[in-house]
Design a protein around this ligand. Structure first.
Ligand code: SAH
Length: 196
């Protein structure tokens, strides 16, 4: 498979913010993802009160769904509009505070305390700031990362998970010469080499 045409493509943070401003968010779904429903047991592995991470979270409805099950959800999203929309669309009261370790970043937390969304670039996070996670739901995240940043993204994610954690990854399969992405096409051998 020739992914050459996508390798050099870069979507800037400004372009993502603009997508949110323009309502150009076809990636957002109102229903819980069928694959999360199908593999929920794999993600949770029988555990309760887990810490679940949503990289590049947008306003994913699954965050509310998992929080309602008693887990604690942490997300990171560059668009403040997305984060605020998430809380308001679910009628969840929240508070907003700066993140001392990251200049310009804010953390939005549901008043109940079980959903914390960091508004900053994922590359600003580290386990010393957000801790480690028992589970990751990676949908529209690895495939949204610029191809040149994949290695950095995967290394960070590996750093953010506990030893006994589950990582659910959703990718898309299509001819990368026909669409420029995102979502980008990430071939399976590359996924294996990124995550080991
Ligand atoms: N996972 C979500 C959103 C997928 S779209 C879902 O399933 O609906 C990818 C999201 O990543 C967009 O909302 C975009 O604003 C955000 N994003 C892009 N680059 C980012 C970065 N470096 N750090 C944090 N968020 C980013």
């Amino acid at each position: 498979s020739d992914v050459g045409s996508q390798k050099e493509r870069v979507v800037t943070e400004e372009e993502w913010l603009e997508k949110w401003e323009m309502g150009n968010i076809g990636f957002h779904k109102e229903q819980e993802h069928p694959l999360l429903q199908k593999y929920l047991d794999v993600l949770l592995n029988g555990g309760s009160g887990l810490r679940i991470f949503f990289p590049l979270c947008g306003k994913a409805v699954e965050m509310k769904w998992l929080a309602d099950m008693g887990h604690s959800v942490v997300g990171v999203e560059i668009s403040e509009q997305a984060v605020k929309d998430f809380f308001s669309e679910h009628s969840l009261p929240y508070c907003e505070e700066p993140v001392p370790e990251i200049s310009g970043a804010k953390m939005f937390q549901s008043t109940s305390g079980n959903i914390s969304l960091y508004c900053c670039s994922i590359y600003d996070l580290s386990s010393s700031i957000v801790g480690k996670f028992d589970g990751v739901w990676d949908r529209g995240a690895l495939v949204a990362v610029n191809p040149c940043d994949r290695q950095r993204y995967a290394s960070l994610m590996i750093n953010l998970v506990e030893k006994n954690s589950s990582y659910l990854l959703v990718t898309v399969s299509y001819d990368p010469n026909k669409h420029k992405g995102p979502p980008f096409y990430v071939p399976e051998p590359e996924i294996k080499s990124l995550f080991g």
